[in-house]
Design a protein around this ligand. Structure first.
Ligand code: PAZ
Length: 380
């Protein structure tokens, strides 16, 4: 396969209009849209804030009858974990995630970490003593005692999310489906105005293959090396901010592997798209360290609003006469919590999750965003 970065200069730039005019939508788009619309309308009536959480990686199929596809590393941990904290904070959540990636609550018992069957007693050796009817072990399967304390609150929260109607899931697989669904979910959430938040944590491919260039059948070997040309995915954040959900609070993520690029790229994204916040993370440090990059006016520490939460030291950045701030957030027991401009939010060995602090900060910023837009609207 050729290096996509080597060929990107010759790849045409796709506008989002051209993409949506020429690339097919997922076949079930209208059903997914009407189910999501019903969800949003219910929460608008109940006066609840709604957040769209995108999560997991997207694929780029190499054939229409897909045998092979390009993928990325994301398991959807960030998105699934964040969705749980948004639910605890009282949000209704549209969880738009890669099919079969991690999901809220069940993520605690994925097949690799904590395989579910490992939690259960072996029915052949375990005797139930509480009820004569189940003494044979045929009617009941028992969770091993040492796992009950961990499982119980997760199970309660899982059942609450299922029965309360606060969690709505929307699956995607390919990058094309992701883009169509992002536009559709934005349209559906548009009536929420400032009460909608958009938390884009999915790892979305930067490149795709236009449908006219995707072969129908399995690519055959025997003709030497395989060269794949990919086009750049259209930058949909721009129409999202300007047209789809202009009043919403929009948070994107930026992943880099070279730490030097993180803040400049995050600032570049804010300048290009004009949304509210970029959360930067390094591939290998993403579980315990992120950086919030935002316009100075959008950072509650720098705003004239009354401070509600903890003081967080933010580093000022000036680019092209515009003022930005970078605020690090770390789990305290990480090896790099020594820098002066950091939020210390962590706990002991793996118990505390960084997403708890991320979501708390976002809720605060979103509330401030709502208050500001409400007072701006009433003074018009
Ligand atoms: O899914 P995960 O928890 O393993 O990784 C999360 C993440 C690194 C994909 C996310 O935090 C992120 O940075 N998403 C945006 C990636 C990007 O397109 O730059």
């Amino acid at each position: 396969m050729s290096d996509p970065s080597a060929s990107s200069s010759s790849s045409p730039q796709w506008s989002s209009d051209r993409f949506f005019q020429t690339q097919a939508p997922p076949p079930n788009l209208s059903e997914l849209a009407s189910a999501a619309s019903e969800f949003v309308q219910r929460h608008i009536q109940e006066g609840r804030k709604v957040v769209l959480v995108t999560s997991g990686g997207t694929t780029v199929p190499l054939e229409k009858n897909v045998v092979r596809f390009l993928d990325n590393f994301s398991a959807g941990t960030r998105g699934a974990t964040s969705a749980e904290y948004f639910l605890s904070a009282g949000y209704a959540v549209i969880f738009m995630s890669r099919q079969h990636s991690l999901a809220p609550y069940t993520r605690h018992y994925s097949h690799t970490t904590n395989p579910f069957l490992d939690l259960l007693a072996d029915p052949a050796t375990h005797v139930h003593t509480d009820s004569p009817a189940s003494a044979s072990g045929e009617d009941n399967i028992t969770v091993l005692k040492q796992h009950v304390a961990h499982l119980r609150p997760i199970l309660s929260a899982y059942h609450h999310a299922r029965t309360s109607g606060l969690l709505h899931t929307v699956p995607f697989v390919t990058v094309n489906d992701y883009l169509w669904l992002l536009r559709e979910m934005s349209r559906v959430m548009q009536p929420l105005g400032r009460y909608g938040m958009y938390y884009l944590a999915a790892a979305v491919s930067d490149f795709f293959i236009p449908s006219t260039s995707v072969p129908e059948h399995k690519i055959q070997s025997g003709k030497g090396s395989l060269v794949i040309e990919m086009d750049q995915v259209p930058k949909v954040l721009k129409p999202m901010v300007e047209q789809w959900v202009p009043e919403g609070y929009l948070v994107s993520f930026k992943l880099e592997t070279d730490p030097k690029l993180l803040i400049p790229k995050a600032v570049g994204a804010l300048q290009r798209y004009g949304h509210q916040l970029v959360i930067g993370n390094d591939l290998n440090r993403r579980k315990f360290e992120v950086v919030f990059v935002e316009r100075k006016a959008h950072n509650p520490v720098h705003s004239s609003e009354q401070e509600a939460g903890p003081k967080r030291p933010a580093k000022d950045i000036s680019v092209d006469d515009q003022q930005f701030t970078a605020t690090w957030m770390r789990l305290v027991d990480s090896d790099s919590s020594q820098e002066s401009n950091s939020i210390e939010g962590g706990g002991k060995g793996g118990e505390k999750e960084l997403e708890e602090d991320i979501i708390r900060e976002l809720c605060r910023r979103h509330d401030q965003w709502i208050a500001k837009s409400t007072s701006a609207a009433s003074s018009r």
